[in-house]
Design a protein around this ligand. Structure first.
Ligand code: ZN
Length: 241
């Protein structure tokens, strides 16, 4: 972006200015000399699918419009690449980056920050979502003296996220409290959302159910395209409850 800011300053100098004439001459040469700063700028344009520097120099659009175009192209490039990168990590299996924006914090981060307790809950949620929450299934891979089974109940089942969030009898009370509370909150606002949760509990796979519990805003929004921002914001607190 700094390269382009400098370039747009040269464009602003006006067609008679020697620096701009120099820029035009260099950019019109084919190929652009590799020793020139404009060569790097040209390569950057190709990488991010931005119109060529010569095109930008001659364009009649305002500088602010051209800056927005460059910014959106660079942002879009990195959003696509980072989303692709996320799909390569098995630890991020429950994380859906498809609606994440590079220039806007994830809603979990946006909705935290109002108190220390909320911050701690948000950190816990993000650790679970990013596969870094220290469950015994994860710890047993690194420590020989730890088994992968759940220590809170006596079922002998592996302590996975699915077990912790959906199955573990030790968490029954917390689960019941949260579901009852949210049944009331959601049914008043939007019955379709309540339907998704009911359907998910009965029919969805373990993976999708954990995904819904850990990141309800993204999952519900993708399924229903809800425009009620207050409801989406409230949904982000479901996991933390
Ligand atoms: Zn358990």
């Amino acid at each position: 972006m700094r390269q382009y800011s400098l370039f747009f300053q040269i464009k602003l100098l006006g067609k008679e200015n020697s620096s701009r004439i120099h820029a035009k001459l260099i950019l019109e040469s084919n190929p652009i000399p590799s020793w020139s700063w404009y060569h790097n700028l040209h390569l950057t344009s190709v990488k991010y699918d931005i119109p060529t520097p010569l095109h930008l120099l001659e364009a009649k659009s305002s500088i602010s419009k051209l800056k927005s175009l460059v910014k959106s192209k660079i942002t879009s490039y990195w959003e696509t690449n980072l989303r692709l990168e996320c799909s390569k990590y098995s630890s991020l299996v429950h994380f859906d980056p498809s609606t994440c924006k590079l220039l806007k914090p994830h809603y979990i981060v946006r909705e935290s920050g109002t108190s220390e307790v909320l911050n701690k809950k948000a950190i816990l949620q993000l650790k679970m979502l990013s596969g870094r929450y220290r469950l015994n299934t994860l710890l047993s891979k690194f420590k020989m003296n730890i088994t992968n089974t759940c220590q809170m109940c006596d079922t002998g089942q592996p302590e996975s996220l699915f077990h912790l969030l959906v199955v573990c009898p030790y968490m029954d009370g917390t689960r019941e409290y949260t579901l009852l509370k949210w049944k009331n909150v959601v049914s008043v606002k939007n019955m379709s959302v309540l339907y998704i949760f009911s359907k998910a509990i009965i029919m969805w796979s373990e993976h999708l159910l954990v995904k819904l519990i850990l990141d309800p805003t993204t999952t519900v929004n993708k399924t229903l395209s809800i425009s009620d921002n207050q409801l989406l914001s409230q949904l982000s607190n479901f996991t933390q409850d």
